[in-house]
Write a new protein. Structure first.
Length: 87
């Protein structure tokens, strides 16, 4: 008799091991799916941020160009308020 474990014990151990392997495989799949979801969201947010920054840069360049082209034109003077002094 080389083994002290009964057939039932060996079968139970094999079933337990198969269950652990199955759980590990499910956990790995869940991890990979969550990582893919996070990566996709990160890419989406990065694209939105870059688009916003590009729009801000274009707006700043446009404003600078308007200021540059209006640089030779004098601004219209606003009339001053009269302050009446009591007599």
């Amino acid at each position: 008799m080389t083994s002290t474990k009964s057939v039932e014990q060996r079968m139970a151990a094999a079933a337990k091991k198969a269950s652990r392997d199955s759980d590990a495989l499910h956990a790995l799949r869940d991890y990979a799916a969550e990582k893919a979801r996070i990566d996709a969201n990160t890419l989406r947010l990065r694209a939105l941020r870059l688009e916003k920054e590009a729009a801000e840069t274009r707006a700043a360049a446009e404003l600078a160009e308007q200021k540059k082209s209006a640089g030779g034109v004098l601004k219209r003077a606003r009339p001053r308020k009269r302050v009446e002094t009591p007599v």
